[in-house]
Design a protein around this ligand. Structure first.
Ligand code: CP3
Length: 341
């Protein structure tokens, strides 16, 4: 009995799509808040394998999702390459900003990340041993462009302005940063697969701010390199790519990068994606996360519409972006009933 996630990723349309939610382990769950309290802070939670595994298991126990996603963060890789990283309570991530070529040159080599990230691999091993047999285990990393936007700015930014500026002002150094991140991402994902991850997902949360030829250079090309290298090292490993905000450029993204599945954000029209993206393979998505806060009949209707629209091809049900802290945990039960009947 092959796991439903792996069947969908292999291209099989299923009568009931597999479902999991981005950020399914998170602050909307009281048990997550309790474990995070015990860990002290977010990074300690990420780097304590028993606790990171515990919060990964929590939404699986509560809801029986078809996939578990490793609990970690895309910015741990920046830390492993030598950036300082901390999370200011209530303010999101902060990093030591990279502004000049000398700082890029001073980053650690891609294969020197494993000491820092060893606890993450241990979390994966605990999960691989402890998940129910029908639940697939997803490992992940941020895409080079998205991680670079945080490393250059030293924080999250509304328009990724500092990274766009460095790309224009110091193209060689910025290109070297993208190359280092691309190599390190392969190292990182590969170690997760060796530890037991069955699927990997690459989050390019800020791909949408890349325009013209930059989309090919900084979103498509690094994703293609990562996927080709993963295929060479781990034949058959399924890859989900999430070029959030790609709009019409979602069409062809799987073909251009080799991804088995593209994750659609909530701004993409499902009927358009069924006609223009799904013919190339599995799609994941794309319910508006706001509906997990508001719930009600609209949540049921929108969920059914998305399931019906993608029913002709391979589909993994998910939100268009992460579930938010304000979401009502009972709305997840409503969502699952609407999908599974
Ligand atoms: O359940 C899961 O989805 C797995 C764990 C996971 C987290 N972050 C935990 C987390 C995953 C896959 C991520 C990915 C991630 N991290 C992305 C890409 C996906 C996206 O959301 O676009 C990005 C851009 C980050 C960077 C990051 N981490 C930011 C900007 C923030 C602050 C914003 C926020 O939501 O608080 C984080 C913190 C973070 N990462 C939290 C969690 C559960 C909240 C931390 C807390 O408990 O306070």
């Amino acid at each position: 009995m092959t796991k439903t996630m792996l069947r969908a990723l292999a291209g099989e349309p299923l009568p009931v799509p597999p479902v999991w939610l981005m950020r399914q382990a998170g602050r909307y769950l009281p048990e997550y808040r309790a474990t995070r309290e015990k860990a002290g802070d977010f990074l300690s939670l990420c780097y304590t394998p028993e606790l990171a595994a515990e919060v990964t298991f929590q939404p699986i126990r509560r809801y029986g999702f078809d996939a578990a996603i490793l609990f970690a963060d895309i910015l741990l890789l920046a830390q492993a390459l030598g950036s300082e990283l901390w999370f200011a309570p209530g303010e999101g991530p902060r990093l030591s900003a990279i502004t000049d070529p000398a700082q890029v040159a001073a980053l650690r080599p891609a294969d020197a990340i494993h000491d820092t990230l060893a606890p993450v691999y241990e979390t994966v091993r605990i999960l691989a041993a402890g998940l129910p047999r029908e639940t697939a285990l997803i490992g992940f990393a941020g895409a080079p462009w998205t991680v670079a936007t945080y490393m250059v700015a030293g924080r999250g930014t509304p328009d990724q302005g500092p990274a766009h500026a460095m790309k224009a002002r110091e193209p060689a150094a910025f290109g070297a940063l993208i190359d280092r991140l691309t190599e390190a991402t392969v190292e990182y994902l590969s170690a997760q697969v060796d530890a037991g991850a069955e699927i990997v997902k690459v989050f390019d949360s800020w791909a949408g701010s890349l325009e013209g030829a930059d989309f090919e250079t900084f979103a498509v090309a690094p994703m293609r390199r990562i996927i080709a290298a993963m295929r060479a090292r781990h034949p058959g490993i399924p890859v989900i790519a999430f070029p959030r905000g790609a709009g019409r450029r979602y069409a062809g993204f799987a073909r251009m990068t080799g991804a088995d599945c593209v994750a659609l954000d909530e701004t993409v029209d499902a009927a358009w994606a069924a006609a223009n993206v799904q013919p190339d393979g599995c799609v994941q998505g794309n319910l508006d996360p706001a509906l997990m806060v508001t719930g009600g009949q609209r949540l049921v209707d929108e969920t059914r519409r998305i399931v019906a629209t993608f029913a002709g091809g391979p589909h993994i049900f998910n939100l268009g972006h992460g579930i938010t802290p304000e979401a009502d945990p009972r709305n997840v039960d409503i969502l699952l009933a609407a999908i599974r009947g």
